[in-house]
Design a protein around this ligand. Structure first.
Ligand code: F6R
Length: 257
């Protein structure tokens, strides 16, 4: 795991966007996995600074979707991916893939999404955020490490964290369809972004704690190509970061774990 710490999210967003564009131009990314939520927004804004032709072959795959919201609902992750990523990058809706969270489609949503990903040849690079519970996608603590796309129940903590996107806590959906941890680990490379002190415990557990289902983010330790971008606040509790700083083994703001 390569950990890159910058003072502000806008700084690492430029680094992350440069890494992604470099790989798109090198022909290594045709399918991009996108997280929703606040953390990756600066990265999407930085990507939009590149010429749109950069993304002319790119297909997008969301990590997850709420159960029970219509695709057209502005709070659905389909709408969020369209609004925050696809439209600014000039990617048409036909190349935007999101799990089906409608009640009618629920029983087959997981299998169908896995099949969509497989028929595209897998996800080349997956962008991730991390929840305060340590979740990646909506794989809450206790999620099986080999899990595939399926229905999950959101934890009370995650519903509270995401209530800011809804009119009330009560209106936050209770269930989701999310890529499994096994699905996420199948992506050829992973980029995790986290900002703010509220994420520092989850980041420390994920990067320096044991590999455990109780912190789904720790599953990243089992992937061979992971880059983690943090702002200073999200990195404050990392102990090995100080070790590497002292040892001058790497640039002071770069860390290999
Ligand atoms: C979003 C997702 C979640 C978020 C996480 C962090 O598609 O799967 O894992 O990445 O909840 O959310 P923010 O960035 O809003 O703090």
């Amino acid at each position: 795991v390569l950990v890159i710490v910058r003072d502000e999210a806008e700084e690492f967003a430029r680094d992350a966007a440069a890494l992604i564009v470099d790989r798109i131009r090198g022909g290594r990314i045709r399918t991009l996995g996108v997280a929703t939520g606040s953390s990756p927004l600066p990265v999407y804004r930085a990507l939009a600074d590149y010429p749109l032709e950069t993304f002319s072959e790119l297909s997008l795959y969301a990590l997850d979707e709420y159960v029970g919201l219509a695709r057209s609902d502005p709070r659905s992750y389909h709408s969020v991916v369209m609004h925050e990523v696809a439209t600014p990058l000039g990617i048409p809706a036909t190349r935007v893939h999101v799990p089906d969270g409608t009640i009618e489609g629920l029983s087959t949503a997981g299998h169908r999404y896995e099949a969509e990903i497989a028929s595209a040849g897998g996800i080349d690079l997956q962008i991730l955020g991390i929840g305060t519970t340590g979740h990646i996608g909506f794989n809450e603590p206790g999620s099986a490490l080999k899990s595939r796309t399926r229905i999950k129940t959101l934890s009370a903590r995650t519903r509270e964290d995401n209530a800011r996107f809804f009119s009330s806590l009560e209106s936050v959906p209770r269930h989701c369809v999310t890529q499994g941890i096994g699905t996420i680990l199948d992506a050829r490379s992973l980029v995790l972004v986290a900002t703010g002190k509220a994420k520092s415990d989850a980041i420390t557990a994920a990067l320096e704690g044991p590999l455990t289902t109780m912190c789904p983010g720790s599953a990243l330790q089992a992937h061979p190509d992971v880059t983690v971008f943090l702002d200073a606040a999200a990195s404050v509790r990392l102990e090995l970061l100080d070790y590497h700083r002292d040892a001058h083994l790497h640039r002071p703001d770069w860390q290999l774990l």
